[in-house]
Design a protein around this ligand. Structure first.
Ligand code: 5AD
Ligand code: SF4
Length: 468
């Protein structure tokens, strides 16, 4: 069995990988016609997009999809490792699948995604969950047809986790008809000390710009209005491939395809440069909305986290973006209760949040991940204290969401119409600054971008009506 190396060096050196153009062996086409798959996805946009590709492959094999596990022939869990609760949820669902297999002997059960890259999880599956048919890591789900075939012989399949290969032309069953995720870079070389992603997703590997632009042009032909360029750290795009082609140049090339809306996530402050900000400011089809995780406002904790910037450097970047990009909305991620975080450190985070007045913030209690350097640190923060800090932080960030939304009342914002809500004549979609807008209007076309006059601000959304 090949398991990921948990002692990988901290480096951005090029790794040896192959580019493979996906092609389904025709012998698998429609092999499972009439069978149903229950696919459950946990975690980030990267996992959601992997699941779109997994669905694309399974459809070629003839599978239909069901939300009811009881009627499934294949149960597939696409898992997340980022915090312990994501683990617990997946193991909970495996328990349900085990129960079902007692009455349905032919049921195939597979675990894929980030948890499948963790040695400790794989060992647990092998010893305690022998009813699982296969475990596929994040780099190998394109081999599903062969893996499914092998699992018909009923023995547990060994783990597939060869790192690195870039698979182009994967089929995809996309959740939205108007918005699409496009991977631009896989993996991460930042090795923040709390984070398991560099181990579960591997080294940084950029897709070739021609492949990205080809995918976006084909999405435009299919009528897509928005692309989100995806990566754990999109600002590192190109570093492993080109000398003079970075996210800034890629954004320009994507903007010149004239797709109406471009977003990108996630950004690491350390790799964000002025040229990128200038390009975002220059092109009206690059949305003024940036996810810029800060994680902590204390320099001492930022250093322990291995984030490579100080609070002051982060704030300089933040204010530059606000100044250079008109109406720019900035969101963030924050962790409380990192080992050694004192009340003073936490108050520094609160003071940063008060200065940044974020448009959105995802807040987490630190969760030790086996194999990461921070997991070896001892924590002095009690569970109660962590919960208190999270509560206080949430109270403060929420007030700014509402305050920022209130500034939009009476203004008109462009909204990509994504759906109709239950109420008559009510639609919903997202603004240029990525805010959920519920609105009324006559003859509104789904997938169009309409101007909506904002009438009411709430903490998490805006209400409005189509108008000038
Ligand atoms: N514990 C808590 N939060 C974490 N994140 C990443 N790793 C951990 C961890 N071990 C958060 C970070 C990151 C977001 C995706 O998840 O804030 O930006
Ligand atoms: Fe994890 Fe993001 Fe840090 Fe990479 S940059 S190690 S994905 S937190």
């Amino acid at each position: 069995m090949h398991l990921p190396d948990f002692k990988v060096a901290r480096s951005s050196t090029k790794i040896d990988y192959k580019k493979i153009d996906y092609k389904l062996n025709p012998k698998y086409l429609d092999k499972y016609k009439g069978k149903k798959c229950y696919l459950k996805t946990y975690g980030c946009q990267m996992n959601e997009h992997d699941s779109e590709n997994i669905k694309g492959i399974l459809e070629l094999l003839g599978f239909d999809f069901t939300d009811n596990m009881d009627e499934a022939d294949l149960v597939l869990l696409n898992t997340c490792s980022i915090r312990e609760n994501a683990h617990n949820k997946a193991f909970g669902l495996l328990g349900r699948a085990k129960h079902l297999k007692q009455t349905k002997k032919d049921l195939i059960i597979g675990l894929c995604g980030c948890m499948a890259q963790e040695e400790i999880v794989v060992n647990t599956i092998i010893s305690k969950y022998p009813f699982v048919n296969f475990v596929i890591g994040t780099h190998n789900f394109y081999q599903l047809p062969e893996i499914l075939e092998k699992s018909e012989s009923k023995q547990q399949i060994e783990v597939y986790s060869r790192e690195g290969d870039l698979i182009e032309d994967l089929p995809a069953d996309r959740t939205s008809k108007y918005k699409a995720y496009v991977n631009i870079i896989y993996g991460c070389d930042k090795f923040c000390t709390y984070c398991i992603v560099p181990y579960t997703r591997g080294r940084q590997r950029s897709r070739e710009k021609e492949d990205i632009l080809k995918e976006i042009n084909s999405l435009i032909e299919k009528g897509y209005k928005e692309v989100t360029l995806l990566g754990q750290n999109v600002n590192a795009y190109g570093k492993d491939l080109y000398d003079n082609y970075s996210l800034a140049e890629l954004l320009e090339d994507v903007a010149n395809t004239n797709i109406p809306r471009i977003r990108f996530m996630t950004s690491h402050p350390w790799d964000f440069n002025d040229k990128m900000i200038e390009v975002i400011a220059k092109y009206p089809n690059i949305m003024p909305s940036i996810h810029l995780p800060v994680q902590s406002g204390s320099n001492r904790i930022l250093k322990l986290m291995g984030r490579r910037y100080t609070k002051e450097e982060y704030l300089t970047l933040f204010h530059k973006m606000k100044e250079m990009i008109p109406n720019c909305a900035i969101s963030t991620d924050i962790i409380v209760g990192f080992p050694g975080e004192t009340e003073e450190d936490f108050l520094e985070t609160i003071s940063l949040v008060k200065e940044c007045k974020y448009d959105n913030a995802y807040t987490f209690i630190y969760s030790p991940r086996v194999g990461t350097p921070a997991a070896k640190l001892t924590s002095n923060v009690t569970k109660e204290e962590k919960e208190k800090r999270l509560y206080k932080l949430n109270e403060i960030v929420n007030t700014y969401f509402k305050e920022n939304n209130e500034k939009l009342v009476g203004k008109t914002v462009p909204v990509l119409v994504e759906g109709i809500s239950d109420k008559k004549n009510e639609y919903f979609g997202y603004s240029d600054t990525n805010k959920l807008v519920n609105f009324t209007g006559d003859n509104v076309e789904l997938g169009s971008i309409v101007n909506v006059l904002i009438t009411t601000a709430k903490t998490w959304s805006l209400d409005g009506k189509v108008g000038k």
